[in-house]
Design a protein. Structure first.
Length: 190
């Protein structure tokens, strides 16, 4: 479950569970993307909140569109203008309202901000984000010395150790593969 960025020093006390999208219709409905492992669960957790916790949102109705996308109606949001004002608002839950992660499962919020070190313990950077473009989770690591971020598949081979107590992950970048010029086949290389 993707989550908001925690402070580098400690895990967050809130976890991002969804994002409100565009208004849907004229009566205050909105599109809602769920980031929970079971997308429908977003409707069962109770009131959601903004990141600061100052605004609360109670789901009155939730109907699936596809996969993790729903049309939602929130209590107190009854016009298209009110719905449009919520576009792109991330929704959170207090961490205590969520179940504990199972063994070898992690809330994305727990990973963001961890130090990334290599197998020798040399600092490589900091986990900035957990991305997923449909092919599995990817850790985005900002290098310690600056420069372009490193994207690593979040697999046992590339991230063999996740140590939440020490606030670090051990990373093993995969070997780079050189692209061959157009028309050249790997079998032709000498």
């Amino acid at each position: 479950m993707p989550a908001g960025r925690p402070s580098p020093a400690a895990p967050r006390d809130v976890v991002r569970v969804g994002r409100i999208g565009a208004a849907h219709g004229i009566k205050g409905d909105v599109r809602l993307v769920s980031f929970t492992a079971d997308p429908k669960a977003i409707g069962r957790y109770g009131p959601l909140q903004d990141e600061s916790g100052t605004r609360r949102f109670e789901i009155e109705a939730l109907r699936p569109v596809k996969d993790d996308l729903f049309v939602a109606r929130f209590k107190g949001i009854a016009t298209r203008d009110a719905a449009e004002a919520l576009n792109n608002l991330d929704l959170y839950l207090p961490r205590a309202a969520l179940p504990a992660a199972a063994d070898d499962e992690f809330y994305h919020a727990d990973l963001i901000g961890l130090r990334a070190v290599d197998t020798a313990g040399v600092e490589q950077g900091t986990v900035q984000n957990v991305l997923n473009f449909g092919g599995g989770d990817i850790l985005e690591i900002a290098p310690a010395g600056g420069g372009e971020t490193l994207l690593l598949p979040f697999t046992k081979a590339c991230v063999p150790v996740i140590d939440l107590a020490q606030r670090r992950v051990v990373v093993v970048p995969p070997a780079e593969i050189e692209a061959l010029p157009d028309g050249e086949d790997a079998g032709e290389a000498h």
